[in-house]
Design a protein around this ligand. Structure first.
Ligand SMILES: C[S@@+](CC[C@H](N)C(=O)[O-])C[C@H]1O[C@@H](n2cnc3c(N)ncnc32)[C@H](O)[C@@H]1O
Length: 242
């Protein structure tokens, strides 16, 4: 909010947690531009600013859009805003989100104790316990300028690139914070990778095709996605020679 206030005449900062409201108010008073920020203790599902705004910055983002209510809050906000002020809608930051899934072999040995658990991994660094078995596939593109579904249902195929055991799916979430038209580029933020173990590990060989499916709700629990994940070898297409 404070950085936004350096570019804006007025910022409405909406926060649900009273401790955060108190601390934000205290710290804003110590920072240049803080006087332009009005901190409001409210639920983002109910709050509307008292006037039309140019930009809405909302970061309630968990990998795969699970747990936090980013998509629901924004879709709900858009409807209430249009009823109150008509169009155009403000620009939403992040502007878009790309979500992908990748088949992996994940090490679950902890000093001799086997525990297939949810893991979060820093993106862009090598993880010795993870073997990427195929390329990631994009399963959703959220564009906040458009109406967005609250459920993700995906079924797709992966070409397996190396022998191994497919025992987990890695979820990758890339937030396009802003599209910079002048530079024809984007400002991106990658969430931590989230690796979820599959209930049934699958032995795979390079050249296999694996069929994967899952479904979950935006804001849903990690367990709800995990319970819906399926992976199986796709039937081999048999060529017939006459
Ligand atoms: C991931 S944090 C945002 C952190 C912020 N981007 C930063 O860098 O400091 C999400 C914030 O949204 C608040 N929040 C969650 N649900 C909310 C709701 N329904 N209404 C208002 N605030 C909410 C949380 O209390 C938390 O402070």
């Amino acid at each position: 909010s404070c950085f936004a206030a350096r570019k804006a005449d007025k910022v409405y900062c909406v926060e649900f947690n009273p401790d955060m409201v108190r601390e934000a108010t205290r710290f804003l008073a110590m920072n240049e531009g803080g006087e332009k920020v009005e901190v409001i203790h409210a639920d983002a599902f109910e709050y509307l600013p008292p006037e039309p705004v140019d930009v809405v910055i909302c970061e309630m983002i968990h990998v795969a859009m699970l747990r936090e209510k980013q998509v629901e809050v924004i879709e709900n906000f858009k409807q209430r805003y249009l009823r109150q002020f008509g169009g155009p809608l403000p620009v939403f930051l992040p502007e878009a989100v790309l979500m992908a899934v990748q088949p992996v072999q994940q090490e679950y040995d902890f000093e001799g104790f086997y525990a297939p658990i949810v893991q979060f991994q820093q993106p862009g660094v090598l993880h010795p316990g993870t073997l990427e078995l195929g390329q990631p596939a994009v399963y959703s593109l959220i564009d906040f300028t458009q109406p967005n579904e609250l459920t993700y249902r995906w079924e797709g195929k992966f070409a397996i690139e190396r022998d191994g055991t497919l025992n987990a799916l890695r979820f990758v979430t890339k937030n396009i914070l802003a599209v910079v038209q002048e530079r024809s580029s984007t400002i991106d933020w990658l969430n931590h990778y989230m690796t979820l173990p599959l209930a049934e590990p699958l032995a795979v060989r390079a050249g296999d095709v694996v069929q994967v499916s899952f479904a979950y709700r935006a804001g849903g629990s990690i367990q709800s996605l995990q319970a819906a994940m399926r992976a199986e070898l796709a039937p081999v297409a048999t060529a017939v020679f006459a």
